[in-house]
Design a protein around this ligand. Structure first.
Ligand code: FES
Length: 88
């Protein structure tokens, strides 16, 4: 699993959240961030249609509703994961 997850707001230039906790299984990044109080935009409730839930994951734009916790673990094994949100 990632060593650390850091969420940054690009507009504010602030670190909004960071954790080294074990991520819950069977969730997606959108739901995880919202549960942590990060207001990620969405109007399709995670159906992958609205494209508003874009976050920058280690430098690449991704739809947070399409990133499963398992995918995040496997892709970013032993790395620091940095998520940036443009409008925050
Ligand atoms: S929540 Fe609509 S595309 Fe992700």
């Amino acid at each position: 699993m990632p060593r650390e997850l850091i969420v940054k707001g690009q507009a504010s230039g602030k670190t909004l959240f960071s954790t080294k906790e074990v991520f819950p299984k069977d969730t997606n990044l959108l739901d995880y961030l919202r549960k942590k109080g990060i207001p990620v935009a969405s109007s399709c409730y995670g159906d992958g249609v609205c494209k508003k839930c874009v976050v920058i994951l280690n430098g690449k734009n991704v739809l947070s509703c399409e990133i499963s916790s398992q995918n995040l673990f496997m892709t970013h094994l032993d790395k620091i994961v940095i998520i940036e949100i443009e409008y925050l």
